[in-house]
Ligand binder design. Structure first.
Ligand code: ADP
Length: 462
């Protein structure tokens, strides 16, 4: 099995070419063979025609002496290599050369018996190469005569032999030239593929913005290059996202870590009273909690990116889950004088990952509490219509400016009001909400009125 594509193309090309050349040679040889025979027949026909005219004239002149007229004819008509003979029935009257075949009288007899003007036949046994004979019947003074012209096939056969030899010699030469030509053509056609491979070999994660260039000519290969370039664009984009994610994550990790280290350094710089130590430890504990939350969020997103966040699917009541979430954040909402209400119908069963959905609701509630001023209200409700479920988390908080709305579900996006450390977000909460909704084949959106509040509808299907 040939592994080189170039050689395979050349081999196929060569095979096709050889078959075509052989077919053409056979066809050409056949046509030539027929043409040569036809020409021979025509010249023999012309010879008997002339001989017949002459025979009639001589018969008139010699007052019906057929033998003398025949002799006149055969002596006057002298065409190289052509035997001319005059028969009466099957009896030879005269010929310009000795008859080489005993078949000729019987041909003459056959011709005189028919009313066909001319009889054409091949004599395979005539001489070394066989011959072609044309006989013409003639009636003069009520008697039947036959004029016969015979020519050996020698010259036709030797002409055909020359052509055959030329074709046999030409075949290997033509095949050789075609093979070299085919190989050069295949090499030339595949050159852009080689060039693409060379260019692709030099593309690494450092220069993913490079694109393959194969010039303007090759339309078919352009499709391949375009697909490869699109793949590079997608890779480039995901590498960029990954780089940004790592940079943002490191940046977020650095802040709490430096707070912890700074606080510990200050506390240990000299002996302090128990109150001061407690204060430092409380700050360290607080930052430790932030760190754990951040690490957990990052882990969740890493699972999402890896594409195999195995959902622990189980059946549970979504209304119970919402009620639990509200209960667990009631104190936090109360501390900020926010009214938190949960309006859920009874027993809405759902199959999904309970832990992840709890995180989704808690993230939305956490945001609602953080971005709603004292005296505000948060409402969690659940709507069920057939297989469609909708969780709505609404607040009367600061709302989201329209220009920020497209970005809030992006990673590490934080609104202006959220940048202060006491609000404490990392900009990952909503991207986790989006991932959880989508991993349950659902969606999450936002409708917002700046200054008046937001509603986050989470659409799920059971
Ligand atoms: P963060 O940890 O900063 O809250 P999120 O991903 O949860 O990160 O939210 C992204 C941004 O969306 C927030 O910084 C904030 O500007 C805006 N946002 C989210 N929820 C609300 C809300 N309920 N009210 C107003 N703004 C919100």
């Amino acid at each position: 099995m040939i592994r080189s594509f170039r050689l395979q193309i050349t081999a196929w090309y060569l095979l096709l070419f050889t078959v075509l050349f052989a077919a053409f040679s056979i066809f050409f040889y056949e046509v030539l063979d027929r043409a040569l025979h036809k020409r021979l027949d025509e010249s023999l026909s012309a010879a008997v025609g002339t001989a017949a005219g002459l025979f009639r004239d001589e018969m008139a002149e010699l007052h019906g002496d057929a033998t003398a007229a025949a002799r006149e004819v055969t002596s006057e008509i002298s065409i190289q290599h052509v035997l001319v003979a005059v028969f009466e029935g099957n009896k030879l009257l005269s010929s310009n050369a000795p008859l080489k075949s005993a078949e000729l009288p019987s041909i003459a007899a056959r011709a005189s018996g028919t009313n066909r003007s001319e009889l054409r036949t091949t004599l395979p046994q005539y001489g070394k190469h066989g011959a072609r004979a044309v006989a013409r019947a003639l009636v003069v003074d009520g008697k039947h005569y036959v004029l016969l012209a015979v020519e050996s096939l020698h010259s036709i056969k030797s002409d055909l032999a020359v052509v055959r030899n030329v074709l046999f010699l030409a075949l290997p030469l033509v095949v050789l030239i075609a093979g070299i030509g085919g190989f050069l053509l295949a090499t030339r056609s595949l050159a852009p593929v080689r060039s693409m491979a060379d260019q692709a070999r030099h593309i690494t994660d450092k220069n993913l913005n490079t694109r393959l260039d194969i010039g303007a000519a090759h339309e078919e290969l352009q499709v391949l290059a375009d697909s490869f370039n699109e793949l590079l664009s997608r890779l480039d984009q995901s590498f960029e996202t990954m780089r940004r994610f790592v940079a943002d994550a490191s940046h977020e990790l650095r802040t709490p870590l430096s707070v912890i280290r700074g606080e510990a350094d200050v506390a240990l710089a000299r002996d302090r009273g128990p109150g001061e130590y407690r204060e430092s430890l409380a700050i360290i504990q607080d930052e430790g909690r932030r760190l754990s939350r951040l690490v957990e969020d990052l882990l969740n997103l890493a699972r999402a990116d890896a594409g195999h966040a195995n959902l622990r699917v189980e059946e549970f009541y979504l209304n119970d889950l919402l009620a639990e979430c509200c209960r667990s954040l009631e104190a936090a909402a109360g501390a900020r004088q926010i009214d938190l209400e949960c309006r859920c119908p009874g027993d809405v069963a759902f199959r999904g990952d309970q832990e992840l959905l709890r995180r989704l609701v808690l993230n939305l509630l956490d945001n609602a509490i953080r971005y709603t001023p004292a005296g505000g209200k948060i409402l969690v409700s659940l709507e069920a219509a057939g297989s469609e479920l909708r969780i709505l988390v609404s607040d009367t908080g600061i709302g989201i400016p329209p220009e920020a709305a497209p970005y809030i579900f992006g990673r590490f996006y934080r609104g202006d009001q959220a940048r202060s450390r006491q609000n404490g977000g990392f900009g990952l909460g909503l991207s986790i909400v989006k991932w959880i909704a989508e991993s349950h084949k659902g969606t999450v959106n936002v409708t917002s009125e700046p200054g008046k509040g937001n509603t986050f509808p989470v659409q799920l299907t059971r």
